[in-house]
Design a protein around this ligand. Structure first.
Ligand SMILES: [Mn+2]
Length: 348
């Protein structure tokens, strides 16, 4: 039996005569085609950079995140026409099954936070009005609020938030849109049905009153250690069942040992499989309508490993989303669990 999804007869792009190795040519995300005309985004998935770091309260630099993640993503762009995962026996993201376009970046205007975030919001609206799935690469976490606001004329979503920090600060010195506030802003939006916070730990960023405010609206907050005790199945079971999820991933949710390139690192974070197994399970629980990955700050990423991690997680998640959609078309089912959840239970 062959893999569940195959490309063109298992062929690969080398047959076109161009080798086009990852270090060669145009540096779009995953070396997918660029799209310059935002009125005609003819794709299933649109990659948008938001190179904005005016929301940081500590180390800036995430404005260079989209560029670093794009460059790192070329590692996964060998012309094999999709990526074969032998553990699941699936070819993810074959070009005849999913069309991905890199639409470039929202326009950022130095020192003008309001217009810059408005530009991010209208870029996501453009993606949605073209019927594509928005994938937003930050930028600091403030870019999440305009990204989720762009869904305000759509059906409600439940937000799943991976982060070291709760990001639920209401206001600091009159600032409502810093990178410590995006989930608070999201919680105020009518089309946000609920929020689950995963990986939250440490003592910076949010006060007890912020945690109380998050709990008072019914949000579940789980730390990395609590998630390890629950395992993948237990954690997925703690996320409310909802037909539509939006996912926001702060790279500092991962441990600084594997993701040092970020402004506000926090030890005791997630490892790679812990997050991707949750993303795989979540994609099977409901439709993923969009996601963002934020806070990669290349100045602190001396080996580039943080950008590689970010690119890999985005591609993995896209693969899971496409695969889950195909499964759902074949046999509708909810809350199915990945079959290789090796990090379940008390193993550590
Ligand atoms: Mn954050």
């Amino acid at each position: 039996m062959g893999p569940k999804v195959t490309g063109s007869n298992g062929g690969h792009a080398y047959e076109t005569g161009r080798l086009n190795l990852p270090f060669v040519g145009h540096c779009t995300f995953g070396k997918q085609p660029p799209c310059l005309n935002w009125d005609d985004i003819d794709a299933d998935v649109a990659i948008l950079g938001v190179p904005y770091d005016m929301g940081t309260q500590y180390r800036a630099g995430a404005r260079f995140g989209p560029r670093a993640v794009r460059e790192a993503s070329t590692l996964f762009s060998f012309g094999h026409n999709g990526a074969y995962d032998h553990e699941n026996d699936v070819v993810y993201l074959p070009s005849d099954r999913v069309r991905i376009l890199d639409i470039g970046d929202a326009d950022i205007i130095h020192t003008d936070t309001v217009r810059s975030l408005d530009n991010a919001e209208s870029a996501v609206r453009k993606i949605l009005s073209n019927g594509a799935l928005p994938v937003v690469i930050g930028g600091d976490h403030s870019v999440h609020a305009p990204a989720i606001r762009a869904f305000d004329n759509q059906l409600p979503v439940h937000i799943v938030h991976f982060d070291a920090h709760l990001d639920f600060v209401n206001e600091r010195h009159g600032v409502y849109n810093g990178h410590g506030s995006p989930l608070r802003r999201a919680s105020e939006m009518k089309h946000v049905a609920g929020i689950t916070h995963l990986g939250i730990r440490g003592v910076s960023s949010s006060n007890k009153s912020d945690y109380d405010a998050a709990r008072s609206i019914g949000s579940k907050i789980l730390s990395v250690r609590q998630i390890r005790r629950l395992g993948v199945r237990g954690t997925l079971a703690a996320i409310p069942i909802h037909p539509r999820y939006y996912v926001t991933i702060d790279i500092d949710g991962f441990d600084p040992s594997i993701a040092p390139g970020t402004g506000t690192p926090s030890h005791g974070g997630f490892l790679y499989y812990e997050v991707v197994e949750l993303l795989q399970g979540l994609a099977r629980m409901g439709e993923i309508v969009g996601f963002d990955l934020v806070e990669v700050s290349p100045d602190y990423d001396h080996s580039g490993t943080t950008a590689f991690l970010a690119a890999r997680v985005i591609l993995d998640f896209l693969g899971y989303i496409v695969e889950a959609r195909a499964e759902r078309r074949q046999q509708p089912r909810r809350q199915d669990i990945p079959n290789n959840t090796e990090t379940d239970g008390e193993r550590r």
